[in-house]
Ligand binder design. Structure first.
Ligand SMILES: [Zn+2]
Length: 303
């Protein structure tokens, strides 16, 4: 594991060099027009700045990434990315605020931008021939009676549908208003390869859509059957929900429904690239850093 005192976390020039190397491993290209006909500008005030010889635009390694227009130095971004990826359950804005010496509001924005970087925006189909994909749904919401807008029952919580391929370890999770045959169908059709074996519990939600897959295995939980007669389980997807819920209670103390999908992206990212699959904290952070490009944020309010 990289020490938190490593140069890219403490020195701004080293941090910029680290960011440039991550973003432009094959050489610098202009974020505006894609040209590689660029040059580094001289001068103290133009540190980290490039000029495109084709479109004449100026840019830095932050341009066109979630770091653009942020006043937080690159070394603090890199440290935040590392911290959020090195802790299994994530890191709250309060912790980041204290560890990075930035305001709580800045830490909150930073964390949500990093969650965007952890979102896979070009996902390929999950599973395929010879693979199984486990699907399950749960409900998420703050059930504390002291919570703002407290209402009783499942119908007032957000639904979450998650998919896990136990062979590759890949996880995806989606916020839905409520889990219905239609919402489940749309998620499965857009994400799971039809040649896969779908594994779910006995819920009616998956019965119809399950017919579109090569095979549909069900595990009967109401009958205390955790492994069906052919050896299939939904343990992996339940394990993902377990980690997500523990993290949301212990670290994040719940979140508003409008932010839930970003937290789901964060947990799915860490699960997909978890240490149990041989991914180190450094490698996971490096993958998150690769995801900073091409993601724009539209929300503003920190609560
Ligand atoms: Zn250009």
């Amino acid at each position: 594991m990289t020490a938190l005192t490593a140069p890219q976390f403490t020195n701004e020039a080293a941090a910029i060099a680290h960011l440039e190397a991550s973003r432009w491993a094959d050489g610098v290209s202009c974020p505006h027009c894609g040209s590689v006909n660029v040059h580094r500008m001289g001068g103290e005030t133009q540190k980290g700045m490039f000029l495109c010889n084709d479109c004449r635009d100026k840019f830095t390694a932050r341009t066109g990434t979630v770091m653009e227009r942020s006043h937080i130095p690159v070394h603090k971004w890199l440290l935040a990315i590392h911290l959020m990826n090195a802790s299994k359950k994530g890191m709250s804005a309060h912790q980041l605020h204290r560890m990075l010496g930035i305001t709580y509001k800045s830490a909150w924005f930073l964390a949500h931008r990093i969650r965007e970087a952890m979102r896979d925006d070009k996902p390929a189909g999950m599973g395929g021939a010879g693979h199984q994909v486990q699907a399950d749904e749960t409900y998420y919401g703050n059930t504390s009676k002291r919570a703002k807008h407290y209402r009783k029952g499942h119908s007032h919580k957000s639904g979450v549908v998650a998919l896990v391929n136990p062979a590759t370890g890949e996880a995806r999770a989606f916020q839905v208003e409520s889990a219905t045959t239609e919402t489940v169908r749309d998620i499965l059709y857009t994400n799971v390869h039809r040649a896969s074996t779908l594994v779910t519990d006995e819920s009616n939600l998956y019965k119809y859509t399950g017919k579109s897959y090569r095979q549909h295995e069900t595990v009967i939980h109401t009958g205390r059957e955790y492994v069906n007669k052919d050896g299939y389980t939904t343990n992996n997807v339940e394990n993902f929900f377990g980690i997500f819920k523990k993290g949301m209670v212990g670290v994040y103390h719940f979140c508003g429904e409008q932010h839930l999908q970003r937290y789901l992206n964060e947990f799915a990212f860490r699960y997909t690239h978890r240490s149990g699959l041989g991914v180190s904290d450094n490698e996971r952070a490096a993958l998150a850093l690769k995801g900073i490009e091409g993601k724009r944020l539209t929300y503003r309010r920190p609560n």
